[in-house]
Design a binder for this molecule. Structure first.
Ligand SMILES: [Ca+2]
Ligand SMILES: [Ca+2]
Length: 339
């Protein structure tokens, strides 16, 4: 009797420790991978895509092994949708952002390649192998969500003008930066000051001109000693800054497509220089778009089956920064409306 009870206790404690070891979210490279299990959050592929968007992320696209391994780790039960498929041509697999597959992890002999299986699921119990499945199947999925909204200066590139002949007055420095498709480096807060100083190659006792958000109408300089007011006419070294495309936003994240309607979806982004913003469908440039300054509007008239596809908005400028987000959605759910 005593023996049986001990066994029961052992069994119970092992169940508890297994449960404690199961996590449905992990941190990965500045993002969180979160598993929505098939029992509580079961979703079709299309619903999973929308759900991840609404959570501020996207259906995870494990484009390389390290990320695929992390996804495998977080899916603690059953299988899960990941963000890719061959929706737009049998056997032409791509990620939801329109990129072609480079690294793959198909199980068995690869995708079974039927017209009815166009979305990819991951099998954690088979070492994270992929399988193509019917997009309408309800199951779990993994979202990848950025931890915090990135701060613009984390994506900025600075150029320091500290030669003796480079020295300029505050106003001249501002104009110089502007002519060079940049701005006088902007100070947002103390954290940003530290980031700025850390980008200098060597510690500087000489103050530099910078731009300040806090003190708009005075001329500000920074050095190792911190921020100080200075005589605007003084000649000083200065720092110019370019900021990668950021804060990309799409006016309609989830348009409900019905045949025959007109649709205008605006996409805009910030950056210095002003980023070039463009729409792509299935990885190809969309001709029906109106470009503005740092924005572009996708103009679809009398929507028909030919317009269905995966729409991606890209914003990019010289700094090399680039953000993508999917705008138009026309998946299984909407294509059934059109049929
Ligand atoms: Ca297929
Ligand atoms: Ca299959």
């Amino acid at each position: 009797m005593r023996y049986r009870m001990l066994k029961a206790v052992l069994f119970f404690s092992s169940v508890v420790s297994v449960l404690a070891g199961l996590k449905n979210s992990i941190k990965f490279d500045g993002t969180t991978l979160k598993f929505y299990d098939g029992q509580h959050d079961s979703a079709t592929f299309g619903t999973a895509v929308v759900s991840c968007f609404q959570k501020g992320g996207e259906l995870v696209m494990p484009k390389y092994k390290k990320l695929n391994d992390a996804v495998t780790q977080v899916v603690n039960e059953g299988t899960a949708w990941i963000g890719g498929g061959d929706f737009f041509g049998e056997g032409n697999y791509e990620w939801n952002d329109g990129e072609r597959h480079e690294w793959t992890n198909w199980g068995g002999d690869g995708p079974s390649d039927t017209e009815h299986e166009n979305c990819i699921e991951i099998h954690p119990k088979l070492a994270g192998a992929w399988n193509d499945d019917n997009c309408c199947v309800n199951q779990g999925y993994v979202c990848q969500i950025p931890d915090t909204k990135s701060k613009p200066y984390e994506h900025s590139a600075i150029t320091v003008y500290d030669g003796y002949t480079d020295r300029k007055s505050y106003l001249q420095a501002r104009q110089f930066c502007k002519r060079h498709k940049s701005r006088l480096a902007l100070l947002h807060d103390d954290e940003n000051l530290e980031a700025l100083l850390s980008k200098l190659e060597y510690p500087s006792m000489t103050p530099f001109w910078v731009n300040s958000e806090k003190k708009e109408h005075s001329c500000i300089s920074v050095s190792e000693d911190g921020i100080s007011d200075a005589d605007c006419l003084q000649s000083m070294p200065f720092i110019c800054e370019q900021v990668a495309a950021h804060d990309l936003s799409v006016s309609e994240e989830q348009p409900f497509v019905e045949p025959g309607i007109d649709l205008n979806i605006n996409c805009s982004a910030l950056g210095i220089p002003v980023p070039k913003v463009s729409w792509y469908r299935d990885g190809r440039y969309v001709p029906h778009q109106k470009h503005g300054l740092g924005s572009s509007t996708l103009v679809l008239k009398d929507i028909g089956p030919d317009d269905l596809g995966m729409y991606v908005c890209k914003a990019v400028n010289e700094v090399g920064g680039q953000l993508r987000r999917m705008g138009g959605l026309s998946f299984v759910e909407s294509s059934t409306i059109l049929e």
